[in-house]
Design a protein around this ligand. Sequence first.
Ligand SMILES: [Mg+2]
Length: 384
Amino acid sequence: MPTPKITKIEIHQFEYELTDLAHGNEGAIYKPGSTITNTACAIRVLTDVGVVGEYASANVFEFTGIATFAKSLIGVDALAREYVYSRIKQAARQQAEVGIAPVDIALWDLAGRYHDAPIHRLLGGFRKTLPTYVASVHASEHEDLATPEEMGDFAVQCKELGYPAFKIHGWENGRVDREIEAILTVRERVGDEMDLMSDPYNALQTFADAFKVGRACDEATYLWYEDPMADGGISQHGHQRLRDLLSTPLLISEHVRGLEPRVDFMVSGATDLVRGDVQYNGITGTMKLAHAAEGLGLDIELHSPGPAQRQCMAAIRNTNYYELSGSRAKGPNSNQLPIYTDGYSDQIDDATDGHFPVPQGPGLGVTYDWEMIQKRRTDLVVYE
Ligand SMILES: [Mg+2]
């Protein structure tokens, strides 16, 4: 087949429904029989040889940057992902590289279809299944996971389902006593065999609060302590000091955009594990970060579930867990879009012994429901 050239880029914005959920004070909550409507975007990259790349996500913001550079990609070699990545990085440097990920992921999907191979095979391939931790939805005072006891019940439920690890997403108002109680209760309830993590969601208002909650992680031997402080998880100095005082490894940098600032976080000793985010940095940027971490002797942990995350994790040695965030004790995972026709699932009941499979079809290895996307479309922008 000749080299495919990009002829057209389409951005489809559409609505989708999640059932058995309602809008609560702090996000979606479980409510049988109720429905919420959300917005997502899908990108299609078309070429002159017919091969197409696709990617869809509810991270609508990431698609907004594409307008800045889309037209400059028309006529470019669709297999030259490194060139496209570098070009967008430069074009979108004033907008924090917003827009790089959807295009990059769609081009990896396209390459997989062109070569008739799943992305993880193109990347090299390391593992066949993904050990997974359930990450609770954000705990909510009057709604889902209202108390440390309920968080403990949920962790036990996950242990019984076979998951090797569990992460607490803390409460919105960052009350220190409740965060500490949850950390200790969950450990007590699940015993020593399960890996546990705490992610207070940047809700702890002071350094001292973050230190106190971190000491509970030390006491209950947590595997990592993630984004505790209200700096938004971006202060290198603050996290260096916190790391000096605690024995639990820190996982910071989820909210630091781009490759270089995340590498700086590792080099400066402001985090132990680095956060990789396919939805912000694309597959190209995430694999660069994984290899940078490997070179420093550290691990990368990928943010949130999805087909692109699975393809990357399957090709990385120095990583531990697939993150099943958006999980709740009852009701559907709010991170999974109902847009697959092939049974792809990030629902809590669909793991096997706490592992999820790696899609084996070409590209991302999933089939999007284009009939539904077109039926529910609210906007279409075409660059050609
Ligand atoms: Mg997090």
